[in-house]
Design a protein around this ligand. Structure first.
Ligand code: ADP
Length: 507
């Protein structure tokens, strides 16, 4: 089976959040199977460290992509990263689409990713090899589905899968944006295509919706979020579309790449530890706290350590993060916030917060994307706080558990599928792994933090075994990958009219 993954991110080459990790984890696990041929295609961003890619070579030196009446030049590079065959699309476009030093957040993101979507299909056409599964991820590449079925009809693509990692970002554009790359934009405003559903957006197209309508199967990243997508709160105006296509929607829980996230071998830690004994976990964690202190000159002597490692956006519960810091200080603990630079609307609030706690012995705040510091923090924490307003899956709680840090989460999306309150007697002991609160209010957060602190201080006999149990839990990509494979096979079986699967060994 030939599977082509198309996305805007692939960790560690280009990662802004969970998406990049998912593409890596799923692709690496699929690649282990000798009967599967897996290719990953992402843009060749200027910041990608090509030294991290083995056997990198220019696979296709020149192929064209039509845009605004001009055939723009591109090249495709390929090589091996983390055992996966990755293809980096170099757009030699005058606008320098992927030479911005970052993945997202540019004014012309729509043009950049629409161009990428068409260029991917141009490349697949140049390759001229049948594809069993074209697996698309999020709005950035959703347009590949309509392009494949309406314009690149000569391509032998048996089934198209779309995974929605985040329903809030949908890629709104105008019909003219599609005209630019050779589609007849106005036609897609028809009711059964992908006009935007949100009020005030008439004459607007919605790229994520295009992917949902055209894909043979749609997945999201947890079973609970698959249900939540049908509601106005989490569907973000696409709920009626998700309801219409409910029969092709499933939720498959994300895993984490346990090769990268392993406290027994992680090269970014100051001290390694494993789940074999509580004493070794505590010793390892203290050594990592000490390393964090000396690296950052932060005092942080008070325990427990609570932390959040996250993008700072509305989704992640900014007011609750702020409250978490204040309450932790009040309860006598230490708070570590490693946030990606806050989104514009939250900048003033979080700049203010940082100022308020400057040089505070119990609070460390940094707004950068720092992979290596993140690893050290996961190992140093006692608790990770994930107070999201919505959360399709969430990886930080899974990583935290692997590093022996207990999650404190709001009960939403994938957090609800993965964290089970340790004081709720309805949960069997083996699954109890954290602290859960429901309402997105300061009072609810204060209450859960108080409970967590009390439990930590007064009940080490249940707390420490819970830490050990969570570290041993299988959060790997094994089971999720089996679910994806099952879905791929089902999608293929429902496509009998297509050509037979490419013969093995054709590569
Ligand atoms: P999302 O994809 O919504 O951002 P997830 O919980 O699925 O959230 O994944 C977040 C990933 O990004 C985790 O691996 C987390 O460690 C990482 N991350 C988030 N913010 C930062 C940061 N500022 N520095 C380093 N890593 C970060």
């Amino acid at each position: 089976m030939r599977i082509v993954q198309v996305a805007a991110e692939f960790a560690p080459l280009a990662k802004a959040g969970g998406l990049g990790e998912v593409i890596l984890g799923l692709s690496r696990e699929l690649t282990q199977s000798p009967e599967l041929e897996v290719d990953v295609i992402i843009p060749k961003y200027d910041f990608i460290d090509l030294k991290k890619i083995r056997n990198i070579n220019m696979e296709v030196p020149d192929f064209k992509c039509f845009e605004k009446g001009v055939n723009q030049a591109n090249a495709m590079w390929s090589g091996l990263s983390e055992d996966c065959r990755v293809h980096l699309l170099e757009a030699r476009h005058p606008a320098g689409y992927f030479h911005r030093g970052k993945i997202y957040g540019e004014e012309d993101d729509i043009s950049r990713f629409i161009y990428f979507s068409r260029a991917v299909l141009e490349y697949l056409r140049a390759q001229n090899r049948p594809i069993d599964i074209l697996h698309l991820h999020d709005w950035h590449v959703s347009l590949c589905a309509p392009l494949a079925r309406d314009l690149f009809t000569d391509l032998k693509i048996k089934a198209i899968i779309l995974t929605v990692h985040n329903s809030e970002y949908q890629g709104r554009c105008t019909p003219a944006d599609l005209d630019h790359i050779g589609l007849k934009g106005e036609e897609y405003l028809q009711k059964d295509k992908f006009p935007d559903n949100a009020p005030g957006f008439s004459k607007t197209l919605n790229l994520l919706k295009g992917g949902i309508v055209y894909a043979d199967a749609v997945t999201t990243v947890s079973p609970n979020f698959a249900k939540e997508l049908l509601t106005p709160e989490m569907g973000f105006h696409l709920e009626s579309t998700f309801r219409k296509y409910k029969s092709k929607l499933t939720g498959i829980l994300n895993g984490i790449d346990q090769t990268i996230w392993n406290p027994a071998t992680d090269p970014l830690l100051a001290a390694h530890y494993d789940a074999s004994s509580s004493i070794s976990i505590q010793k390892g964690k203290e050594a990592n706290r000490e390393a964090f202190r000396s690296r950052t000159r932060f005092i942080g002597t008070r325990r427990p350590w609570v932390g959040t490692i996250s993008r700072i956006t509305f989704q992640k519960g900014p007011d609750l993060i702020e409250e978490g810091i204040k309450k932790t200080v009040e309860l006598g603990g230490t708070f570590i916030l490693l946030g990606s630079p806050p989104e514009a609307k939250l900048k003033a609030q979080f700049d203010n917060l940082k100022q308020q706690f400057a040089d505070h012995p119990q609070v460390f705040i940094q707004y950068t994307y720092d992979e290596s510091l993140a690893h050290l923090i996961y190992a140093a924490l006692d608790f990770v706080l994930v107070p999201s307003i919505f959360e399709p899956c969430g990886l930080t709680q899974l990583i935290a558990m692997r590093y022996g840090s207990v999650p404190i989460v709001r009960s939403t999306g994938g957090l609800k599928d993965t964290v089970f309150d340790c004081e709720n007697s309805l949960n069997p002991i083996q699954v109890r792994n954290g602290f859960v609160f429901s309402q997105p209010t300061r009072e609810a957060l204060d209450g859960v933090l108080k409970r967590a602190f009390d439990h930590f201080k007064q009940e080490p006999h249940t707390f420490l075994p819970m830490v050990q149990r969570s570290m041993k839990q299988d959060y790997s990509w094994k089971n999720p990958t089996l679910s994806y494979l099952k879905l791929y096979r089902k999608a293929l079986s429902e496509k009998p009219s297509f050509l037979p699967i490419a013969a093995a060994g054709e590569r």
